[in-house]
Design a protein around this ligand. Sequence first.
Ligand SMILES: [Zn+2]
Length: 208
Amino acid sequence: MAKDSNLDLIRGNYARQSDQELIRIISQEAHGLTTEAVQVIKEELAKRNLDAKLTQVVEVQNRNFSGEELDDLARFVETLICPVCHKYTQPLTAAVISQTMSFVIMTQYSNKLHIACPDCLKSECNSSIGITLLLGWWGFPWGPIRSVQSLVNNFKAYSAINHHGPNDYLQGFILANIGLFELHKNSRENIQNILHNLHKNLPLNTDI
Ligand SMILES: [Zn+2]
């Protein structure tokens, strides 16, 4: 009974979304859904006559991926154009780059995943280290604490950038957004666009 009313809630929630929002939810938030919830999504898609490949997008987020499959996708992402310098010089890679800025009692700490060519990642890392060294320390009490955290994170970022082959950050990003990669797997341009949106801090999937 409780299960049925939960399903009604889910059904009502999906029914209220615009097509665009439903596609976004399906491609980015369908991890770990129950079989019943997946069925509700399928019914909603059929009701709206939305592309059948979206069903696959839901399913792909709820199955286990082999290391090999992830590796293939990561190798593909490596071959894309760098979203920062717009060139292809070396395989793209990923790193989490951290920065701290303090203003008297306020400290801003950020930790962000970047995917770009190694040169662009290194220059982003250097600039974040420079900003942190210059502006990170002056807030109390968090300035020094967060500055140290940022510097430690950026040293880790350096080793991720120098890692040979797809690193854990790149694979983690692909796995977290596997629905998007499935949705766009036949369009190099759309996958390129995901990287562009990540770089510009835009919603990853703006272009369906
Ligand atoms: Zn670049």
